[in-house]
Design a protein around this ligand. Structure first.
Ligand SMILES: Cc1cc2nc3c(=O)[nH]c(=O)nc-3n(C[C@H](O)[C@H](O)[C@H](O)COP(=O)(O)OP(=O)(O)OC[C@H]3O[C@@H](n4cnc5c(N)ncnc54)[C@H](O)[C@@H]3O)c2cc1C
Length: 266
């Protein structure tokens, strides 16, 4: 089987910036809340329009049934929880994010965070012969290193193509076309590099998101991890200044930034 040369004829598609999309947020059900308040002879109204903030406040107030007029504002209430470390209440505030333009090495580190829910592009089902590859900035900035990186990725692409073709031939007696391809791709993917671009859907609550941002937005984190953590922070600070407003950015000598808070691990 002469298959060498297939990948080399296709241009190498390189990604250098991750993309973070905030695709889901919570909304309250005012009628249900009103029913609860009426049933219990209470009256209460929050002053936030952010669903996640309203739900976290409502959940927190259940602990002491502290509804009624003249109470703390939503911001005062939630900031107090952050300050005293009553983090379990923050678990009621949830967002969904879709990350693309990230590498498999990034997602390998991301999924170590056990309190997020994930759905990731499958390398068993999806053909990776024309996938993109994430190049670290420091490599891209040096012509010689860039060339070495491209050569390595192109060699891996060529090997992947040859393996897929060889494995499809190996499994030719399998009548189910989808299964045949899956069997071929799942073995061929073993030669794909960490740089292979992937997409991952992440759902997480404010407590888990804060922890992730602290660990991965730190100067000690991997550069790609830090980029994504800071992009997530920016989006979440706009979404909920109350739950994420305590993070400050510190410039780093290389021109990038890291983040810190006075209230870690709430
Ligand atoms: C700079 C840096 C370098 C790293 N280097 C390495 C490395 O060389 N090798 C390596 O393997 N990993 C490494 N990691 C990953 C790290 O060890 C963690 O696995 C990862 O960051 C997930 O964080 P977490 O442990 O806080 O858990 P998360 O899953 O994010 O959980 C959040 C918190 O929940 C609690 N929790 C979760 N699960 C349990 C449990 N089972 N029991 C008790 N409490 C729990 C803990 O308090 C935990 O901090 C590195 C991380 C960073 C940021």
């Amino acid at each position: 089987m002469t298959l060498s040369g297939i990948a080399e004829t296709r241009p190498l598609r390189i990604v250098r910036e991750p993309r973070v999309y905030l695709v889901g947020r919570q909304q309250v059900d005012p009628a249900a809340i009103e029913r609860f308040l009426l049933d219990h002879g209470l009256s209460w109204q929050t002053d936030t329009e952010v669903g996640a903030e309203a739900l976290a406040e409502m959940a927190g107030r259940v602990c002491y049934m502290s509804y009624g007029k003249g109470r703390k504002t939503n911001r005062e209430f939630l900031e107090h929880l952050v300050q005293v470390g009553h983090g379990s209440v923050l678990e009621h505030a949830v967002w969904s994010l879709l990350l693309t333009g990230v590498s498999r090495s990034f997602t390998h580190e991301l999924i170590r965070h056990r309190h997020f829910s994930y759905s990731q592009l499958s390398q068993r089902y999806v053909d990776e012969s024309d996938s993109e590859f994430v190049e670290p900035e420091v490599v891209a900035g040096d012509p010689e290193m860039h060339r070495a990186w491209c050569e390595a990725v192109n060699a891996a692409r060529a090997a992947y193509d040859r393996l897929v073709a060889g494995l499809e031939h190996h499994y030719a007696s399998e009548p189910d076309r989808t299964l045949r391809r899956k069997l071929a791709r799942q073995a061929a993917r073993s030669v794909l590099p960490n740089a292979t671009e992937t997409r991952i859907f992440v759902t997480g609550n404010a407590r888990a998101l804060r922890h992730f941002i602290e660990m991965r937005g730190s100067e000690h984190a991997d550069v790609e991890m830090r980029k994504v953590a800071l992009a997530m922070l920016k989006i979440l600070q706009a979404e909920s200044p109350t739950l994420f407003g305590d993070y400050a950015l510190t410039p780093l000598p290389d021109g990038s930034a890291a983040t810190r808070t006075a209230h870690p691990k709430v």
